[in-house]
Design a protein. Structure first.
Length: 261
């Protein structure tokens, strides 16, 4: 039996890149997975098809996660389809580059509304469902797992992405605060401190992204989406039942030095 057999997971931002790899990894571990996306039906359908072709269970839900009602609807849809919710991965996020002195209010609002507000109220909706299950299953040691996708930019300063960095720092502290409040229900809350990772978005920004960043990372290599998914699988596995309020850095040691290419 796989480690997550019988579990149900939601992955926000699950239609592409790191989120898609996370969703597929959770499915391979036995979980039924809800792929939350916003206006990317073809990408989400492709992830669902890959999971189903491998014998897993998955469905896609279109939701604007900057909207509280859509977060609640997302959780309700997962429960309607799969009868429960055990894992909530708040991975959806928005990055917009530019100097601090040129950041517009609209830019700030878009980033904060998705990265912070969306993660907060998504976790709230998920936790309410997990707590309801805990009441029905009082002897279960595992009340649920919530994981936020944070970033090295929430630990070390990186120029020209100040709103993004602020939100990612907020997610680290959100994991700590919610770990305190939800621990009594058997729910653990942690974050992933995602470092330089090779994906389509980063390669669009810099076609030489991988060698540029590998040169300043102590391990001498960039991360791959699979590295992030492996860390996620640990945090939601039985092996991590006493890991709570923690940010697990997946950066090859970059935050120890903080050099940029």
């Amino acid at each position: 039996m796989t480690a997550l057999q019988g579990k149900v997971a939601i992955v926000t931002g699950g239609s592409r890149e790191i989120g898609a790899v996370m969703a597929e990894a959770l499915a391979r571990a036995g979980a039924a997975v809800v792929i939350a996306h916003h206006a990317e039906p073809e990408l989400a359908a492709a992830v669902v098809a890959r999971i189903q072709a491998s014998g897993g269970q998955a469905l896609a839900v279109d939701a604007d996660l900057s909207n509280v009602a859509d977060n609640q609807r997302l959780v309700a849809h997962a429960v309607e389809a799969f009868k429960r919710l055990d894992i909530f991965v708040a991975n959806a996020g928005l990055t917009m580059w530019g100097p601090f002195l040129e950041v517009a209010e609209e830019t700030w609002d878009r980033i904060v509304d998705l990265n912070l507000k969306g993660s907060f109220f998504g976790a709230q909706a998920a936790a309410r469902q997990m707590i309801a299950q805990r009441v029905a299953e009082p002897d279960a040691w595992d009340g649920g797992r919530i994981v936020f996708s944070s970033s090295v930019t929430g630990v070390a300063a990186l120029a020209n992405c100040s709103p993004y960095g602020v939100t990612k720092a907020g997610l680290r502290h959100m994991a700590t605060v919610l770990a305190l409040e939800l621990g009594a229900y058997g729910i653990t809350v942690n974050a992933l401190g995602i470092g330089a990772t090779v994906n389509e978005r980063n390669l669009r920004d810099d076609p030489e992204y991988e060698p540029h960043w590998a040169g300043v990372i102590p391990t001498g290599r960039c991360g791959q989406p699979e590295d992030v998914a492996a860390a996620l699988l640990y945090l939601v596995s039985p092996a991590a039942r006493m890991v709570n309020g923690h940010t697990l850095m997946i950066d090859g040691g970059w935050t120890a030095v903080g050099h940029v290419p």
